[in-house]
Design a protein around this ligand. Sequence first.
Ligand SMILES: Cc1cc2nc3c(=O)[nH]c(=O)nc-3n(C[C@H](O)[C@H](O)[C@H](O)COP(=O)(O)OP(=O)(O)OC[C@H]3O[C@@H](n4cnc5c(N)ncnc54)[C@H](O)[C@@H]3O)c2cc1C
Length: 396
Amino acid sequence: MTEHNTRHKVVVIGGGYAGTLAANRLRMRDDVDIMLVNPRPEFVERIRLHQFVARTGEATIDYGTLLGAGIQLVVDSATCIDTAGRTVRLASGRALDYDYVIYAVGSTAAIPSSVPGAAEHALPIAEFESARRLRARLEELPLDAPITVVGGGLTGIETAAELAEQGRTVTLVCGRSLAPYLSASGRRYVARWLTRHGVAVLEVGMVTEVRPDAVLLADGAVRASALTIWTAGFGVPDLAAASGLRTDALGRLLTDETLTSVDDGRIVAAGDAAAPSGQPLRMSGYAAGPLGAQAADTVLSHIAGTEPAVIDLAFTGACVSLGRRAGIRQVARKDDTPVNVYIGGRMGAAIKEVTCKFVVAKRIRREARKPGSMGWPTGGPRPEQPTTAARAVTAP
Ligand SMILES: Cc1cc2nc3c(=O)[nH]c(=O)nc-3n(C[C@H](O)[C@H](O)[C@H](O)COP(=O)(O)OP(=O)(O)OC[C@H]3O[C@@H](n4cnc5c(N)ncnc54)[C@H](O)[C@@H]3O)c2cc1C
């Protein structure tokens, strides 16, 4: 692909951590028309949704404060990427022509249909709209109403902790184990904090049915639950598959190590919705920013006719809030496996808060002011036999 004297149209689908960062970084060239498609007129800070639900924080930010000059925000949903016609079709009926697409639709909640009543009576926290319903529902409930949080992963822990600190009566049903991501010592710290704050932690408990006012557990026990919050598992939007593009089993867009779709050289993925070499990185706000930056770099390389770089990102661990006054910073190796070192307590909480602010201020906003400025830790492992894309970029 070589350069032409025309402007280049890039449609970024999804204005989350990856898409917003990518849109800002594309401004490294001034001959790129950037359109960012997102269903809401505001950016959702998903990493604060548990705070939003508990009313200890807000989770939306005006895009006007995040996007660089010239980026056009299109408030709509993409329904199909028509790769033959090179248009992105939108729910409103509009269609956007593109030279390149950055596919950054993120992830969704995933409530299994195999659990009777879950889809009807449990509410997920992973998406803004359901988080808003949860917030409203909580408002109606007395403080001592029993609440069940399903899922012992980091999202479940943060949700249970935030509500427990508010004086709510919370049961955390973990499935198999509490905090499988954390080191043994980190897990013990979290378990102690939850117990001290009155959370009933059912570590090997499994919810097998959700009723309007109760949950049924695998051992036959019925526990009262005025509100059941589902945090176990994430899905992804089915836009890639609906557009005839190959995906991994979950539905993430299958790409090579430059994040370019294996089916179409004009489509580049980033964030939770990307599956480079079929071996996606951990879904996280942490990875979404660097992947968004790398997706933008790949598109800019395609435009310039240069070889795009392969992704290069090291993990450093994770931060988990435990209410507003405690938290845990788990330290991990570059491959994201935890080491037996963590920082807990108030210092852990402070690190988490700084991290949340850093993502918005030092990554997204800085990239808007100074496209190309973002750096990130590198050197994480990638597959020895990476997938290569069947490049299909032929015409300007
Ligand atoms: C409660 C909670 C706490 C979390 N805490 C942390 C944490 O502490 N640290 C961490 O690293 N990660 C955390 N995460 C995970 C993190 O939020 C996600 O991994 C991150 O948001 C992924 O970024 P993204 O840009 O890929 O996708 P998203 O942030 O999900 O953004 C995707 C955007 O695309 C939009 N979209 C979807 N479909 C379409 C379509 N068809 N057309 C147009 N737009 C579309 C979505 O509406 C959304 O705005 C947390 C998640 C939750 C729910």
